[in-house]
Design a protein around this ligand. Structure first.
Ligand SMILES: [Fe+2]
Length: 462
């Protein structure tokens, strides 16, 4: 999902559409697992449930300390790459806290500027839609424009891009170049309840329905979940992220390909103070979510219903916290709050990681973050690059967020919004489509060169 959104009660329904679409999803379910793999998948389910139970115990014992951390200075002194130990922990657990990415003073300035921006423009709204918002419908404040293009943010995005493996040098993918996905920001005040239950970003039914997206998880559907590598990037950018183009209009879907989601802390926050919680495991949890629709309560393969629990077309993948739908996930034990974060820390998570938001904020101060995703340059994201460029130049709402017009204005009339002069780096200008990508940089793969050329041709006609 894009950021924090209240989940309506209608999303608590499992996938039940008209009889026509029921037929469609019934057929889909019967197509995904091939008869020759039935036995292997059945055995793999048994292994998976045992492994998931052990993993849950491991997470429960460790609590928040299970979430790996690394300091920005350690990344810097390691040649701007993530050191081996936190990298391998990330590859398994799907989340990482990067300490002290941005200086305190800068974060304080961004936080105060943003609060002033909201104050100067009383029309700005956010969600929840009643009372004081916590997730603000702002995309182009100076703080956001500067943070997305800050030299350290650019370096961090390059460093974490290498956490994925790319086995295909010809793949049209450039993990070193970013496309701005102009997400929003959180300023959450104490005492405000917000419901954002356990979910996956980046689509719901698409993981099963879209042929290219499903191919990312091929091994899982063949009964070999142990062989699935969540950190292999080659096949991912071809998947369609929003087959239903956000038809729920609640901002819980995203049209962009994001390798990671993340946010920069602008204030202190402890677990329980309105911050994020993870189920810090990639392989077991995701394989469980993906295989769950094919098994009945007795562990037998069952293709008789069109249900894909938690997957509602046009919405994010929710309901993982529901004991009836996902009885083995043990939400109470397997989901942990993140360790204490301070201004300037960055929290990163993998595209396939389950996460939720603290329902309550029991702290005494506001909890503020800027969302900055890792959105690499690939053919799929070039449309977003075009959209981001147009919206940056005009102050309009990006295409995934046009539903916000129901609640308030865009930023087109705000003269104090972020402008070109607030873009801090050349890479930042590139990520907004304001200058071409460099196709002659040393060390590029053939695929990087090709996708940069494609972007330059699309945006600049060169
Ligand atoms: Fe999310």
């Amino acid at each position: 999902m894009n950021t924090t959104e209240t989940v309506s009660s209608t999303q608590k329904l499992t996938l039940r559409a008209s009889s026509l679409s029921e037929r469609k999803f019934l057929d889909l379910k019967n197509r995904i697992i091939k008869p020759e793999n039935y036995e292997a998948v059945k055995k793999s389910w048994k292994r998976l449930l045992e492994g998931l139970a052990e993993k849950t115990q491991e997470i429960e014992r460790a609590g928040s300390s299970y979430i790996p951390e690394v300091s920005w200075s350690d990344i810097e002194s390691n040649g701007y790459t993530i050191p081996k130990e936190p990298a391998s922990l990330f590859n398994e657990r799907g989340c990482l806290i990067i300490r002290d990415l941005i200086e305190d003073d800068m974060c304080t300035q961004w936080r105060e500027e943003t609060k002033q921006y909201i104050k100067h423009h009383p029309g700005i709204t956010g969600s929840p839609h009643s009372g004081v918002a916590s997730n603000w419908y702002i995309h182009w404040s100076k703080a956001q424009v500067e943070a997305r293009s800050h030299p350290r943010m650019i370096q961090l995005m390059k460093a974490v891009g290498a956490l994925y493996r790319n086995n295909n040098p010809d793949a049209l993918l450039d993990m070193d170049s970013q496309v701005v996905y102009a997400d929003r920001l959180r300023i959450r005040y104490p005492g405000r309840d917000v419901t954002l239950p356990l979910h996956l970003d980046s689509s719901s039914i698409e993981r099963w329905e879209d042929d290219n997206y499903r191919d990312v998880y091929r091994e899982i559907f063949e009964g070999r979940w142990e062989d699935w590598d969540p950190n292999l990037i080659d096949r991912r950018p071809q998947g369609t992220q929003d087959l239903y183009q956000g038809m729920s209009s609640n901002g819980s879907t995203s049209s962009v390909f994001r390798a990671f989601q993340g946010w920069l802390a602008l204030s202190d926050a402890k677990a329980g103070e309105g911050t994020i919680r993870f189920l810090p495991d990639l392989k077991y949890a995701l394989a469980y979510i993906l295989l769950r629709p094919f098994f009945d309560q007795n562990g037998e393969l069952d293709f008789s219903s069109s249900n894909f629990p938690g997957a509602t077309p046009g919405s994010g993948q929710f309901l993982a916290h529901d004991q009836d739908l996902f009885p083995h996930l043990n939400h109470e034990k397997s989901v942990v709050g993140i360790p204490y974060v301070r201004p300037g820390d960055f929290v990163l998570w993998h595209a396939d990681l389950l996460h939720e938001v603290d329902k309550e904020h029991k702290g005494s101060k506001e909890s503020s973050v800027l969302y900055v995703a890792h959105t690499p340059l690939c053919p799929y994201n070039i449309e977003t690059l075009q959209d981001s460029k147009a919206c940056f130049n005009t102050g309009k709402k990006p295409r995934d967020f046009t539903f916000e017009y129901k609640y308030g204005p865009d930023e087109s009339m705000f003269e104090d919004r972020g402008m070109k002069g607030n873009v801090l780096t050349q890479e930042g200008l590139q990520s907004l489509g304001l200058v071409p990508f460099n196709t002659e940089e040393d060390g590029l793969t053939p695929g990087q060169v090709a996708v940069r050329k494609l972007a330059n041709k699309t945006i600049f006609g060169i």
